[in-house]
Design a protein around this ligand. Structure first.
Ligand code: NAD
Length: 352
């Protein structure tokens, strides 16, 4: 057993089909009275349902959450919360909506309750990102960690299959890198392996029947575990590459994670054999990189960066950016091997 340090993040988690009904009492339990409900424009109907459930505890709805949390949206939402006398915010949606809630909490100190509807995992982390003048600033701050998280699988029944699969692989990426994190610990490794297994078995079932509540529950359970890992330990090469590709080349978040992960794992395999063994075991396979690739491909997710808007002429620049201020990684970064990794991800080659 290696020496380790483990600090638990304080969050209350309510899990189960129809547990959204507990939201009003959870707001009261926080000592709050009036909630601003946050959502994307596309999830307005769900936000209205939530506001209806809250009755007079609903201060209003702010429906302009978008990817990457532009500072203007965060400022506007903070001002709306102030004008409406909200003393907490309920973020109903995926990582973009949770991110808006975090940006509000960062400055205003308002408590955030999160009701996740994807598998991105942001609700379990003290990590925030805000985009100002085209640059995304990220940081960690305990004030942005949602105080209460309500995981209701019924709210994920309408998540389109393609997004479900990509979002599930995004969650697996957090757990996979958690297994070889430089500051990893045995508790997070247990959660990581269990989270990967839950997502691995649920995605094929969701593809066969998107309304399978049991499978949706399994996927959301896995997302909780994987998000918890992301919130507790540092990420490595895979997340650095995805931040580079998303930030500098505007590629979609979950799909980028899906495509890059098998190749990042193949890169790190020689330096992190125990982590790779545990990922493979969770997916009931012999090779972790191949199992992750197959999970994506066999369930209809994209496997090539060229299919999601990346240009071949940008691969050299992506490699240069990824080499700047690298995250700690089990295998040292070598330019030619990294460039080959990006080429394989671009082409959609199954790892050897
Ligand atoms: P998203 O929140 O942008 O959602 C994608 C789209 O799906 C949106 O249009 C949304 O309205 C829609 N949607 C969400 N749930 C739905 C449902 N159940 N049914 C139908 N439509 C639904 O995507 P995401 O992948 O959840 O989050 C990505 C963002 O989260 C990125 O900006 C990423 O950087 C951030 N993120 C942050 C952290 C963190 O710890 N800070 C962790 C993971 C992701």
């Amino acid at each position: 057993m290696h020496p380790f340090t483990y600090t638990a993040q304080p969050a209350r988690v309510i899990f189960g089909a129809a547990c959204l009904q507990q939201l009003p009492s959870e707001i009261t339990a926080l000592g709050a009275r009036r909630a601003l409900v946050l959502c994307t424009p596309g999830q307005r109907a769900l936000a209205e349902r939530v506001a209806g459930l809250l009755g007079e505890r609903a201060a209003g709805i702010f429906d302009r959450a978008v990817m990457h949390v532009p500072i203007e949206a965060a400022r506007e939402a903070r001002e709306v919360a102030r004008q409406l006398g909200a003393d907490c915010a309920v973020a109903v949606g995926g990582g973009s909506t949770t991110g808006l809630g975090k940006a509000i909490a960062l400055d205003s100190g308002l408590s955030i309750l999160a009701v996740p509807t994807t598998y991105a995992g942001s609700e379990m982390t003290p990590i925030y990102g805000i985009t100002e003048a085209g640059l995304k600033k990220t940081g960690r701050d305990p004030r942005v960690l949602p105080r209460t998280v309500i995981y209701d699988p019924e709210l994920t029944l309408g998540l389109p299959v393609a997004l479900s699969v990509a979002s599930g692989l995004n969650a697996i990426a957090h757990a996979a890198e958690g297994l070889y994190a430089s500051d990893g610990n045995p508790i997070m490794s247990l959660m990581a392996e269990e989270g990967i297994a839950a997502i691995g078995r649920s995605l094929p079932a969701i593809r066969r029947n998107p309304a399978d509540l049991q499978a949706r529950g399994d996927a959301l359970y896995g997302a909780w575990l994987c998000g918890t890992v992301l919130g507790h330990v540092g990420m490595a090469l895979h997340h650095k590459l995805c931040h580079t590709l998303g930030g500098s080349f505007n590629l979609p978040h979950a799909e980028t994670h899906t495509i890059v992960l098998p190749h990042a794992l193949a890169y790190n395999a020689p330096a992190a054999p125990e982590a790779l063994r545990r990922i493979a075991r969770a997916l009931q396979a012999d090779s972790a990189p191949q199992a992750v690739f197959d999970l994506a491909r066999d369930n209809g997710a994209p496997v090539a960066l060229k299919d999601i808007g990346m240009q071949a002429s940008d691969l050299d620049r992506a490699c240069d950016i990824a080499l700047q201020t690298p995250y700690p990684n089990p295998r040292p970064l070598e330019r030619s091997a990294l460039r080959q990794l990006l080429q394989d991800a671009f082409d959609g080659t199954r790892p050897a």
